[in-house]
Design a protein around this ligand. Structure first.
Ligand SMILES: Cc1cc2nc3c(=O)[nH]c(=O)nc-3n(C[C@H](O)[C@H](O)[C@H](O)COP(=O)(O)OP(=O)(O)OC[C@H]3O[C@@H](n4cnc5c(N)ncnc54)[C@H](O)[C@@H]3O)c2cc1C
Length: 141
């Protein structure tokens, strides 16, 4: 692909920042992701993503975008304990007390903890030769 710049900097190594960095890696010689948290070596919650302790699921479009960026990523998450499923047929959706009818679809989502989803994206991203992560100094907060 055509290189459009030498160095791109992304602030925040959460899902948005990691995926932005992946997109930029195709077009910049070097991509640096700045994160104020120390990035964990294992898939555990961290301060910058407080919702990471809640149950998480990835809807179909998000899963397919990540899969296109990192082929085989869904299988890796499933091997790490995630569950793949038809989000219309396999999930019970209830809105305003009404259970929505389930039916087969081609919308394949992914259930896993947030640290697992993010950890698998982070490892695949940082395996790219032109991407690195750096920790910023933490302001008082
Ligand atoms: C309770 C809850 C449940 C959710 N459940 C789901 C779900 O099931 N499925 C789903 O797809 N989405 C879910 N979401 C939404 C999802 O978590 C967010 O859309 C997503 O985290 C947004 O990602 P982000 O990278 O834009 O921002 P954030 O996740 O907020 O990340 C920001 C990052 O930037 C870093 N940062 C902040 N300031 C600085 C700085 N000055 N310098 C360096 N780094 C900095 C932070 O440490 C953090 O890593 C949920 C959200 C909440 C609150």
């Amino acid at each position: 692909m055509k290189q459009i710049g030498q160095h791109a900097v992304v602030i925040g190594a959460s899902m948005g920042g990691l995926l932005a960095a992946r997109a930029l890696a195709d077009f910049y010689a070097e991509v640096t992701v700045l994160e104020r948290d120390t990035l964990p070596l294992t898939d555990v919650p961290r301060k910058g993503v407080p919702q990471g302790r809640h149950a998480h699921g990835l809807l179909a479009r998000g899963r397919s975008v990540i899969e296109a960026f990192f082929p085989g990523w869904t299988d890796e998450v499933v091997a790490g304990g995630g569950a793949r499923g038809d989000i219309v047929k396999d999930v019970r959706w209830i809105g305003h007390g009404v259970t929505i009818k389930s039916a087969p679809s081609d919308l394949i989502g992914l259930l896993a903890s947030r640290p697992v989803l993010e950890g698998h994206v982070r490892r695949r991203l940082l395996a790219l030769p032109n991407v690195r992560a750096m920790k910023t100094a933490r302001c008082r907060d």
